[in-house]
Write a protein that binds this ligand. Structure first.
Ligand SMILES: Cc1ncc(COP(=O)(O)O)c(C=O)c1O
Length: 451
């Protein structure tokens, strides 16, 4: 059997919230002014109450409203596919599977939460959302969600991607979103960066500041974040819940679960239901893969830090490179974030998730091999997961082990072909970040509270 596609009736009816199953609770977000834990009412200016309740919920299962299921059914359940041609090419005894999240209308896992966030904002009386986007995957997913639920949207897109990926911009506009490159002159945070560094490539940390300021200054507008927060990871668990059912039909269980990590949402979406099994005593490994150019969980500190550059968010306990860190302009723009989801950071600390980093060139090499064997062109972000799959398949070959590996195919790369052009023209390079660069940003957060 090569692929398992579940029926529409088999769509999960609930999201899985890992909070009650954690061996240690998450550290609370703190108010930077007082150092005290922050309550939902302090975040109500930019998030709707149903999402804040999910953010802090201790309920294991949270019902997915019918209106969201109705939209999910446009592309969900997504297929779980065995990559047999890739296995043969690699000559590995391992069985390799991928959960194909690239089949959604915007082309990635991001609409799993975008649709939910648009829905909850709509029923809370909000008319407009503001958000940031890296590679444009999140911006296009939220534009899709807002379009279906009749909300206006403004997207602050990291400048380097705005220039590299013009067709993601067009996609956002097609679904009715307004889009500007970040740093932009439209917000105080953007104007400050443009004054200090006029040719700034931008970063997710800067774009988040702009979108938060936009939302704070308008009553009809809320802010929406595409990763990092607990409720975002919660919505993504449909991925792992479906995968568990699909493996049952294959009569298999994964030994290794792999995903790339920017803010951590697609990895967590696949991995969290399996983390639950691992906490329950099952033997399996979970690997989170990030770029060497932005090595948050492999070289960052576990510390309280701001989620954005202008220090507008609460303090979150997470792995961080420091909120002022601006990563080099690699093509996997969705992985250029200084922080990591609190939940993923926590699981790394508890030893339940293995962190790993890889270089840009080896990722593109793996992505091209994947496209030449399995036919689908991966997003540059997804190529990080694929590179780690190659390494694990190689290990299985060396050790003669028939393990089952599953990874999250978080998005296709059809709007990233300029990155592939640069790779074929040998214009891309690896980045070795000197310790000094990391020290500078770390110095700025040393005095913030320790978790
Ligand atoms: C295709 C794809 N994969 C992965 C990511 C990383 O985000 P996260 O870690 O939240 O899944 C992005 C972010 O833009 C993306 O577009």
């Amino acid at each position: 059997m090569k692929r398992i596609t579940l029926s529409e009736q088999e769509l999960p009816r609930t999201w899985y919230n890992i909070a009650p199953d954690l061996p240690e609770p998450l550290k609370p977000p703190l108010n930077p002014a007082t150092g005290e834990p922050i309550g939902p009412e302090q975040l109500a200016a930019i998030f709707p109450m149903p999402l804040l309740e999910q953010e802090m919920s201790q309920e294991r299962e949270i019902a997915i409203p019918e209106e969201i299921l109705d939209v999910y059914a446009m592309w969900r359940p997504t297929p779980l596919i065995r990559a047999e041609r890739l296995e043969k090419h690699l000559g590995t005894p391992a069985k390799i599977f991928y959960k194909h999240e690239g089949v959604s209308p915007p082309g990635s896992h991001k609409p799993n939460t975008a649709v939910a966030q648009a829905y909850y904002n709509k029923i809370s009386g909000i008319k407009r959302l503001a958000t940031e986007t890296g590679a444009g995957q999140w911006g296009s997913a939220l534009a899709f969600g807002c379009c279906l639920f009749g909300l206006d949207l403004k997207v602050y897109m990291v400048r380097v991607s705005y220039e590299q990926k013009p067709y993601r911009r067009s996609l956002i506009q097609t679904w009715g979103g307004e889009i500007v490159p970040s740093p932009s002159p439209d917000t105080p945070a953007g104007r400050q960066v443009l004054k200090d560094v006029p040719d700034s490539p931008g970063s997710l940390g800067i774009a988040i500041s702009e979108a938060v300021q936009d939302a704070v200054h308008r009553d009809d507008t809320n802010y929406s974040l595409g990763s990092v927060l607990n409720h975002v990871l919660l919505h993504q668990t449909v991925i792992g819940l479906e995968t568990q059912r699909q493996f049952k039909e294959f009569g298999l269980e994964p030994d290794v679960v792999i995903g790339c990590v920017g803010g951590g949402s697609n990895f967590a979406g696949l991995a969290l239901p399996y983390v639950r099994e691992k906490i329950g005593g099952k033997q399996l490994r979970m690997i989170a893969v990030e770029p060497e150019a932005c090595p948050t969980i492999t070289r960052g500190h576990y510390h309280y830090d701001f989620g954005d550059m202008a220090q507008t968010t609460p303090l979150l306990a997470m792995h961080t490179l420091g909120h002022s860190f601006v990563p080099p302009g690699i093509h996997a723009c969705g992985l250029r974030y200084h922080g990591m989801a609190q939940l993923v950071s926590h699981l790394v600390r508890l030893g339940l998730v293995e962190p790993r980093a890889c270089q840009q060139l080896e990722c593109f090499e793996a992505a091209v091999t994947f496209a030449r064997t399995e036919g689908i062109v991966p997003a540059p972000e997804t190529s990080h997961a694929i590179q780690a799959v190659f390494a694990e398949a190689e290990r299985c070959k060396r050790e003669g082990k028939e393990e089952t590996i599953v990874f999250n195919f978080s998005g296709h790369g059809f709007f990233d072909m300029s990155a592939y052009d640069d790779y074929f023209a040998k214009k891309l390079s690896d980045y070795a970040l000197p310790e000094g660069d990391l020290e500078k940003a770390w110095d700025e957060i040393r005095d913030l509270p320790k978790p």
